[in-house]
Design a protein around this ligand. Structure first.
Ligand code: CTP
Length: 404
């Protein structure tokens, strides 16, 4: 088998310079990349750069090398087309099927998965015309990555930044790995909690746990590649922001509850991968707790935190919403998991064994997925991303069909 063929479409925005880094990642990881820039984008990055970095000619027009019928061949032979950055104009052209240059022709002839990574000013992204164009492209099966929030061209900040090229590469790799399978979470809003909450005792100390957030982040990344709109509620993680997610950072269980409930209001699925503290200190000392000579430390009194998973399972914000919980167990793993599934009232419970050296912080995981319909699915030891995809395989067909 030859190298996977990737078309990198570049449209005319300042973020075009970031596509050089994406191109480098794609070629270095063994992809044969053909860059198809728009004429406007050449104002930002020139043809010579694309040709040198890709090792392939980079043309903008259908009139070059006409005997090779490039406007048809490039799209037909691609395994993936990624447009980064995709301007508002490019999204509009793609949504309406215009074909006035090589890139738009390529988009019409491609039968492989297509990823758009939009970048523009917030107002343009939020304009109803762009919203409708994005919805059209998603409905047709394209993966349109949500832009990141941050500094835009000039002094403005807001939503519209091109995500980190490394993270766009990650989305491309996942979409390529899925092959021509339609993104099955298109049009779905999924909410994922990740990481571990911290319950403060005083300004310098907290009660925490060992959760790294990797499983929750893997769920977010795989959901983006499957076309979902993703809200990631992240508690105390030190991981890179995945491309295309709406990221909400929280610290405590109460903050996590508020963020999850807010996002769950219009969610099709909620996955509680975060390790939420069951208890928090009853008192928060406004100043640092000091040791006193000759005195034993005062005991710490704890109070219960609300059980967020049980709450969202009992009171679904939306008909057909699927709720997934995780169970971290050290003993009697499956028996405890089954009891917990009933107690929490969720649709699926991903049960895994944890310990000081197991699961927490590692790249791999093994689990059993218990369902409220009685089925059990064992997922063998493997990357957290694989487990994440198996979870979405279980969630996607259940959305909307669950009875209240
Ligand atoms: N969870 C939650 N709110 C809490 C505690 C846990 O939403 N206050 C969620 C976690 O996100 C996870 C699931 O519940 O999806 C199971 O968490 P776990 O700590 O394993 O279960 P517990 O309810 O704490 O049960 P036990 O203490 O008996 O192990």
């Amino acid at each position: 088998m030859g190298k996977p063929k990737v078309v990198l479409g570049v449209s005319g925005g300042i973020a075009a310079y970031k596509a050089c880094e994406l191109l480098r990642r794609l070629t270095e990881s063994g992809h044969d990349v053909r860059v198809v820039p728009t004429a406007a984008s050449l104002n930002f990055v020139g043809e010579a750069t694309w040709a040198a970095l890709s090792g392939n000619p980079a043309s903008t027009e259908v009139w070059e090398s006409v005997h090779e019928v490039p406007h048809v061949r490039i799209g037909q032979s691609a395994d993936l087309v990624v447009v980064a950055p995709a301007t508002a104009d490019m999204l509009a052209k793609a949504a309406h099927g215009l074909a006035d240059d090589l890139l738009t022709n390529t988009l019409l002839t491609a039968r492989c998965p297509v990823v758009f990574a939009p970048a523009m000013h917030t107002e343009m992204w939020e304009h109803p015309a762009t919203r409708e164009n994005v919805a059209t492209l998603r409905r047709r099966g394209a993966v349109v990555i949500e832009p990141a929030v941050g500094r835009l061209t000039g002094k403005d900040t807001g939503k519209g930044r091109l995500p980190d090229p490394e993270e766009i590469f990650e989305v491309c790799a996942r979409v390529l790995a899925r092959g021509v399978a339609e993104p099955d979470l298109t049009g779905r809003h999924v909410v994922i909690s990740a990481g571990g909450t911290r319950e403060p005792l005083d300004p310098v100390r907290f009660l925490g746990n060992r959760s790294s957030g990797k499983q929750g982040y893997a769920l977010a990344r795989t959901a983006v590649a499957r076309g979902a709109r993703v809200t990631l509620v992240s508690a105390n993680t030190a991981l890179a922001d995945p491309a295309g997610v709406d990221l909400v950072r929280v610290g405590t269980a109460l903050q996590l509850r508020e963020a999850v409930l807010k996002a769950a209001a219009d969610a099709d699925a909620v996955v509680m991968a975060a390790a939420v503290a069951d208890f928090r200190p009853a008192e928060y000392a406004g100043g640092k707790i000091k040791k006193k000579d000759g005195q034993e430390p005062a005991p710490v009194t704890l109070v219960r935190n609300p059980d967020i998973l049980a709450e969202i399972s009992a009171d679904r914000a939306r008909e057909g919403q699927i709720v997934v919980g995780f169970a971290a167990e050290t003993d009697d793993v499956l028996a405890n998991g089954r009891t917990k599934l009933l107690r929490k009232g969720c649709d699926l419970l991903v049960v895994n064994e944890v310990g000081e050296t197991k699961t927490f912080g590692s790249e791999e995981n093994e689990a059993v997925i218990l369902s409220s319909d009685g089925s059990e699915l064992a997922v063998p030891y493997g990357p957290k991303e694989t487990l994440a995809d198996v979870i979405w395989d279980q969630v996607a067909p259940r959305i909307g069909v669950r009875r209240a």
